[in-house]
Ligand binder design. Sequence first.
Ligand code: EAX
Length: 324
Amino acid sequence: MTLPRRLAFAAALAVPLAAGPALAQTQITVQHALPANSHTGVGASTFAETFQRLTNNRYRVVAQRNDNEREMIESVQIGTIDCTFTSTGPVGNFVPEVRIFDVPFLFRDAAHARGVLDGEIGQQVLARFPARGLVGVIWIENGFRNLTNSRREVNTPADVRGLKIRTMENQVHMRAFTQLGALPTPMAFSELVPALQQGTVDGQENPISVIVANNLNQVQRFMTLTRHVYSPQVMICNPATVGRLNAADRALFQQAAVAAQTANRARVSADDDAGVAELRRRGMTVVTEVDTAAFQAALAPAFAEWERTLDAATLRRIRDWRAN
Ligand code: EAX
């Protein structure tokens, strides 16, 4: 090779290859109500990382926090955001069939709840979302809800009487606390801490994961491990967002959603295992010996009402469900 050609060859190597066309990325925005370091944040970030990896970054998933879940669902419905990971608290106002999962003491434990939601019953309820302008992608998990307040220890249903309790904007939960003699005050999660700080409400109820992640021990003195409601979360997307995915990408989307569910549920289980000790370490008084039967008995009139107003057959199927 003559010198000029060698120089030309070396010169060619020295010139950085012009980058190909900028990678065309499609952005998907996912919002959720809790800190990044929470069971819901872990779900959203796992979905983002997994879907980006599986599609070789043809998609860019942006996870954002918005602690008003009803607002997020409305934004998904009109398409201003693509997806949300939200508790089912406000979802019953959009998809009434979801309310059945909000009935107190319906699920025996997490395995029961996860089995029902991932099985035929849960999938049948997800199938009701499209008629309401939403796509229910997958059930994830908020956890078993526990009662906190700053007035007194709660050991019996009678101790709940007269407490002003913040509930989610959820008719089933509000009915339950009314039956217990409390004064339910529905509000978005975004309003909760100020309401507790100002004494607008005495207490609230949430899973350990939510209480720990949001440091609610700073505004609540007592917790009773009532586990009175299993609170699902659900990944909901705008129909056009999902419709724009080709079949192959839709399969990868679902694969990423399953990865999110796995990470989220693992974090809830870990939080439940460590949460009581952590909250006690932070100074909360935690009542763990709870007479669940007494709370169930106190709710009897409300249970009778839900048999009439919700789908009694599905309630029975849920209670009878067993892992095969
Ligand atoms: O989804 O509003 C609530 O109490 C929810 O449990 C919380 O936002 C986590």
